[in-house]
Write a protein that binds this ligand. Structure first.
Ligand SMILES: NC(=O)c1ccc[n+]([C@@H]2O[C@H](COP(=O)([O-])OP(=O)(O)OC[C@H]3O[C@@H](n4cnc5c(N)ncnc54)[C@H](O)[C@@H]3O)[C@@H](O)[C@H]2O)c1
Length: 327
């Protein structure tokens, strides 16, 4: 994409899972990238491995007043994303998503920069309509254990849409749906890396509830491609877009796919579902397809294969399942 050549891009949260992939693509496209990150869940190592002159990395907490580098485009990805992380310090999650987003917005506006906000499909909560459209209002428990994340992301959207309505600020919002790919940590409880780690270790895969709840998983290169389209196209100004893969799977099917690729007939065991776990999730992406000319390309099977070439060979045994613990 020629748009990014010689652009100065600030990526808050650039040391995280999606951030690191985004930074890599921005550098490939000829951008000059500044990362700010407090390294609460991100790591400096993968960024250092990119080893580029056009990359600076600064340790900084966006929820505290800071002097931020000038930029043409600002991506705000700074936020814990897994329930384990965002619930471990819910007040800090609030501060990051509210005070941090406010600071990044004010900075972007002062620089005349475009701000791309990484929001989340969690703004839809346990949705009442299916698939989820950008016009849906969501169905969120405002006082449950997930609310520190869901409601602070919703409040950040409120702030940015108010800014778009009342000023000439160029803000764009990506409602990112579940994303997976290389570089995810296996210990933060997110389904795919957890399943892959369990399958590789020869352990039983732990599925919440009876596994009939659905998710739509998007491969990280597709999510990053969506963010790059969102940041570069004039039609996206002041708009909200679902960025996700509309192919819906049950969690049980995903566990079975993972076993077929990485495992060796591993068992599946069933555990209690977390409080306020949602039943169905699938993005309606017509708006992104039409206005951003973006559509995800990587199938679940292709994406899972990339998580380990070596481990997948010769692992095709059928899956056995336990149902004794099913809730
Ligand atoms: N991965 C997904 O499936 C998914 C889905 C929906 C939305 N998102 C959103 O995308 C963004 C990135 O998600 P991810 O999966 O890469 O998460 P991640 O936890 O891997 O990355 C988040 C990054 O933000 C940094 N960070 C957190 N608080 C900060 C603060 N106060 N100041 C500076 N840096 C801070 C972390 O250290 C980390 O590097 C998040 O905003 C998340 O809400 C992700």
């Amino acid at each position: 994409m020629t748009f990014w050549r010689n652009k100065t891009v600030l990526v808050a949260g650039g040391a995280g899972f999606i951030g690191c992939h985004l930074v890599q693509e921005l550098l490939r496209a000829g951008g000059k990238v500044h990362v700010v990150d407090n390294f609460s869940t991100g790591r400096a190592g993968p960024l250092k491995a990119l080893g580029q002159d056009n990359l600076t990395v600064e340790q900084l907490d966006i929820s505290r007043p800071a002097i931020l580098p000038q930029a043409d485009i600002v991506f705000n990805l700074a936020s814990p994303a897994s329930p384990i992380h965002y619930q471990s310090d819910p007040i800090q999650t609030w501060k990051t998503n509210i005070l941090g987003t406010l600071q990044l917005f004010e900075h972007a506006h002062a620089c005349n920069a475009t701000l791309v906000q990484a929001s989340t499909s969690e703004v839809y909560g346990d949705p009442l309509s299916h698939p989820q459209k950008e016009t849906d209002w969501g169905h969120v428990n405002p006082v449950g254990p997930r609310a520190c994340y869901d409601e602070s992301k919703r409040a950040a959207e409120t702030l940015l849409m108010d800014a778009a309505r009342t000023s000439d600020a160029d803000v764009r919002i990506a409602r990112i749906f579940n994303t997976y790919g290389p570089g995810m940590t296996t210990s933060d409880g997110r389904a795919i890396p957890k399943f892959v780690a369990q399958a590789k270790a020869g352990d039983a895969l732990t599925v919440h509830g009876d596994g009939t709840q659905t998710r739509s998983f998007c491969y990280v290169s597709d999510t990053v491609d969506g963010l790059l389209h969102l940041g570069s196209l004039p039609v996206a100004k002041g708009e909200i877009f679902n960025i996700g893969n509309p192919v819906e799977n049950t969690i049980l099917d995903i566990a079975r796919h993972v076993i077929a690729i990485f495992g060796d007939g591993n068992d599946i065991v069933f555990e209690d579902r977390p409080v306020d776990d949602l039943q169905r999730r699938r993005p309606d992406i017509k708006k992104a397809e039409t206005l951003l000319q973006w559509t995800p390309k990587v199938t679940l099977k292709e994406g899972l294969m990339t998580l380990s070439e070596s481990q997948r060979q010769g692992k095709t045994k059928a899956t056995r399942t336990h149902t004794s613990n099913a809730k």
